[in-house]
Design a protein around this ligand. Structure first.
Ligand SMILES: Cc1cc2nc3c(=O)[nH]c(=O)nc-3n(C[C@H](O)[C@H](O)[C@H](O)COP(=O)(O)O)c2cc1C
Length: 158
């Protein structure tokens, strides 16, 4: 058998990129969290999925706004990842952003942005799974921030 710690260790062997997923509420307040449970789902139609902890402060705001942006972080954005991995508060002070088509913020300097509208939300244990239809995306030059065995890594480490 295995416990939660062992499962975390096993899943930590699956190397990923790092994203900050952002949204906004009806008053225009911005929310975001660091996430690596992000998966490409379908090309036609263009879909991806994200998994959000039900205990996250930003969780209800994804349900309300029905939209989000996946900001794929560059290797220079570890500090942003650390900031958005802490719960609550105003995480956006001093962060350069541009509003996307639905008002959620695009984070400047990210390697790519994917603006999504939520088409489905599924139960996933202590998380929910949001399926997002990708409506707009853009990419920049650079290398990604990586996460492996509980630590940030870079392609140059390999
Ligand atoms: C590398 C990394 C990946 C993470 N991936 C996820 C994820 O996919 N989904 C999730 O809900 N939380 C994930 N987290 C944890 C959230 O970032 C963290 O719980 C955050 O505090 C939530 O912010 P909020 O409570 O302000 O919404 C991850 C954290 C790190 C450091």
């Amino acid at each position: 058998m295995f416990d939660a710690r062992e499962l975390r260790r096993v899943m930590g062997l699956f190397a990923t990129g790092v994203t900050v997923i952002t949204t906004r509420d009806g008053s225009g307040r911005l929310y975001g969290l660091t996430a690596n449970a992000v998966t490409s789902l379908s090309l036609a139609p263009p879909l991806l999925l994200i998994c959000v902890d039900k205990k996250a402060e930003s969780h209800p705001h994804f349900l309300d706004s029905k939209c989000f942006i996946v900001n794929i972080l560059s290797e220079h954005q570890e500090e942003l990842s650390t900031r958005f991995a802490k719960s609550g508060g105003d995480k956006f002070t001093g962060v350069a952003t541009v509003p996307g088509h639905h008002g959620a913020p695009l984070i400047a300097g990210a390697l790519a942005h994917m603006e999504c509208v939520i088409t489905d939300t599924l139960e996933g244990g202590d998380h929910v799974i949001h399926v997002g239809r990708i409506e707009h995306c853009d990419v920049a030059e650079g290398d990604p921030l990586l996460f492996y065995q509980g630590r940030y890594r870079r392609l140059a480490d390999a």
